[in-house]
Design a protein around this ligand. Structure first.
Ligand SMILES: [Zn+2]
Length: 217
């Protein structure tokens, strides 16, 4: 049985943690476009060079290019029994391009899409509690993963900071942008009958149980 999964969800919803666990449990690769992109750029492939020229000029990497890189990744041997795409497709444009490239007639290239959802106030609390070490980049959370000594990095002792991105107004803007970008995408998968919404308000263990149940059927 192939397991072709897509995990979607706004920043702070915790889908990366769940994705890592599910990929291990099911023996399928955990694929994020960020990782693929970095790898293609590092290896200086044709696609990597094209992507880099867009990034260097401050633009976004076009959907067709992202999809071409994902398609190439999915040709590798470890994807034979399935794959878990983390945060891809990100837009309806990417979804359509992906379907043309990977799927076929009546095959969206995806068996199940898990959409991790939580109210904004939960996401704002999670993201707003994040503290980062400016020296070694370690990440902490004031509630769920505090440093041993107040506001100091466990690893290197530097004073922790709240990134610009994690300030309340910036978080609200990030969430707004995410919802605008994905609204149509979510609707698309809902209509296709592949979407399962996962209530991600609870603890990591509680969410993991919901994911288990969603993937069991
Ligand atoms: Zn540090």
């Amino acid at each position: 049985m192939t397991k072709r999964l897509v995990f979607l969800g706004p920043p702070g919803v915790g889908k990366g943690t769940q994705a890592k666990r599910v990929a291990e449990e099911h023996g399928i690769p955990h694929i994020s476009t960020g990782d693929i992109l970095r790898e293609e750029v590092r290896q200086e492939t044709d696609l990597g060079k094209q992507a880099k020229s867009h990034m260097d000029s401050g633009g976004l990497v076009p959907d067709e290019l992202v999809v071409a890189m994902v398609a190439r990744r999915l040709e590798q041997d470890d994807c034979r029994d399935g794959y878990l795409l983390d945060g891809f497709p990100r837009t309806i444009g990417q979804a359509h391009a992906f379907e043309n490239e990977i799927g076929g007639d009546d095959d969206p290239g995806v068996d199940k899409v898990l959409y991790f959802a939580a109210p904004d106030e939960v996401l704002i609390r999670r993201l707003g509690g994040r503290r980062t070490c400016p020296s070694c980049q370690a990440v902490y959370h004031v509630e769920t993963m505090p440093p041993k000594e107040d506001n100091l990095c466990d690893r290197c002792g530097a004073e922790l900071v709240q990134r610009e991105d994690d300030q309340p107004d910036a978080i609200k803007q990030r969430l707004r942008t995410y919802r605008e970008l994905t609204e149509e995408l979510i609707g698309h998968y809902r209509q296709a009958g592949t979407l399962v919404e996962i209530n991600s308000t609870g603890s990591v263990e509680q969410v993991a149980e919901l994911v288990r149940r969603a993937l069991a059927t």
